[in-house]
Design a protein around this ligand. Structure first.
Ligand code: NAD
Length: 443
């Protein structure tokens, strides 16, 4: 099957590469010429485990190609996937300008039947707007060419994107057209062999399914952070509570880890966008708003603890920071808790000495060169001469530590752990002060 993908970010590149890997002919189009040039040279613009070798082998066998030419892209595939960003607008709603720009491009250049497949996360009703944008562009050309629009939200997570795309629990397709169903079945048939994963539903339900899934996961996290904050004040240990509730199959162990708040390119913007959609139809989404505000507060929690350690004065203090990405196995720092922490430290007159296994380049791109940020080569150098250590991301490299060594290298023996990586008793025995999330020690 010939398939076009618009957007070569985390979702577009993974989708295109995986579809090429199962035998489809894929052309990926991006407006970012630099990105396309790098991809053509075999350089991968994102960090995603396993993607590099897959891109290289599929480029080599000719099934995966890259272009910046919109006419070539539209002419190529019967399926035209939209996988461009939908960042938050000022009012929290999803900014659809990139999605609608692709729809316009398709309408301008198509000369035969196409299915526009919306893979970006978009509010309910967007398929209608995409349909209108394609139709308007066709009309401007004086053309009437048949096309369909369907919704095919993506559920992959960064860090395990290839595995999720390949072995995901479900493939949601929102359409009422038999022709589209058949084409989408053909596209996804290699992933549908073990059991029936394709779920057809109406387009609005498919659009809402994606937001509901992310909002549910974000709710679990904010709920657990609320319990952690309570545990801290009540002298309980949230990690014991987590074990206690996770064993109930109605609750389960997944997504109930307390921490320093969720970040990334999806949960924060999707919860806000869904709340905004609710407001647009005069519905007060109280739970969604609470999930969001608990998370905002939680992201500030690390700085609050740190500040209390130094009696509110961080002037001239050097903070060692382990972990910049919003979660392990990615270089993505969009809405990462590390950013909230670093910016608060800088505002308070402190400096940051940071290490992350993958996100250093991204950090430099975001913040550039500054006197109050030093990016160092490993976790050991981050700690040397620092006044305290803060942990923002649970990379596996951070899971075991020689606490005696840590104590002798920190100017003040303090760890503020946003991911509850260590046993509090072990850390304290080494003579360090340990402030984790909801582990009984309130500052
Ligand atoms: P991204 O920012 O990494 O990539 C978007 C890409 O689209 C960029 O390379 C950009 O240059 C390109 N682009 C913008 N306008 C274009 C145009 N007119 N034509 C062609 N390319 C264009 O975004 P992402 O993280 O891959 O997310 C894409 C969508 O998928 C979003 O709606 C997001 O919410 C959703 N999503 C993301 C994830 C995730 O984990 N990142 C998971 C599921 C769903």
């Amino acid at each position: 099957m010939k398939i076009t993908i618009f957007g070569t970010g985390y979702v577009g590149l993974v989708t295109g590469t995986c579809l090429a890997d199962v035998g489809h002919d894929v052309l990926c189009m991006d407006v970012d010429a630099d990105k396309i040039a790098r991809l053509r040279d075999g350089e991968i613009p994102i960090y995603e485990p396993g993607i590099e070798s897959m891109v290289k082998s599929n480029v080599a066998n000719g099934r995966l190609q890259f272009t910046t030419d919109p006419a070539e892209a539209v002419a190529f595939g019967t399926l035209q996937f939209i996988a461009v960003g939908t960042p938050p607008d000022e009012d929290g709603s999803a900014d659809l300008q990139y999605v609608l720009a692709v729809a316009d491009t398709i309408g301008r250049h198509m000369n035969e039947y196409k299915v526009v497949v919306d893979k970006s996360t978009v509010p309910v009703g967007t398929a209608d707007r995409v349909h209108a944008a394609v139709a308007n562009a066709l009309e401007a050309r004086g053309e009437t060419i048949d096309f369909d629009v369907c919704s095919n939200p993506e559920f992959l997570k960064e860090g395990a994107a290839i595995e999720d795309f390949t072995y995901g629990a479900r493939i949601v397709v929102g359409t009422d057209s038999e022709r589209v169903k058949e084409l989408m079945r053909e596209c996804y048939s290699p992933y549908n062999r073990l059991h029936e994963k394709l779920m057809y539903m109406d387009v609005r339900s498919a659009e809402l399914t994606k937001y509901a899934a992310n909002a549910m996961l974000a709710t679990k996290i904010s709920f657990m952070n609320e319990i952690a904050n309570l545990a801290e004040r009540l002298g309980a240990d949230v990690e014991q509570v987590r074990h206690g509730i996770g064993s109930d199959p109605r609750i389960g162990y997944q997504f109930i880890y307390p921490g320093c708040g969720y970040g990334g390119s999806c949960f924060p913007k999707d919860v806000q966008a869904l709340a905004r959609s609710a407001a647009d139809v005069d519905y007060q989404a109280e739970l969604l708003n609470a999930v969001e505000s608990v998370n905002r507060r939680q992201k500030k929690n690390l700085f609050t603890k740190l500040s209390q350690v130094f009696d509110g004065d961080l002037t001239g203090k050097t903070i060692a920071l382990w972990g910049l990405s919003f979660k392990p196995n990615t270089d993505d720092m969009r809405d990462a808790p590390s950013r909230t922490l670093m910016e608060a430290v800088w505002n308070a007159g402190g400096r940051v000495q940071a290490f992350d296994p993958q996100a250093m380049k991204e950090c430099r791109r975001i913040y550039g060169e500054r006197d109050d940020l030093t990016l160092v080569a490993d976790r050991i150098q981050a700690v040397k001469g620092a006044d305290a250590l803060v942990i923002c991301t649970e990379w596996k490299d951070f899971r075991t530590v020689d606490f005696e060594w840590l104590k002798s290298n920190l100017a003040t023996p303090v760890i503020v752990d946003g991911r509850n990586l260590y046993d509090p008793q072990t850390v304290k025995r080494a003579g360090l002060l340990y402030y984790a999330m909801g582990r009984g020690d309130s500052l």
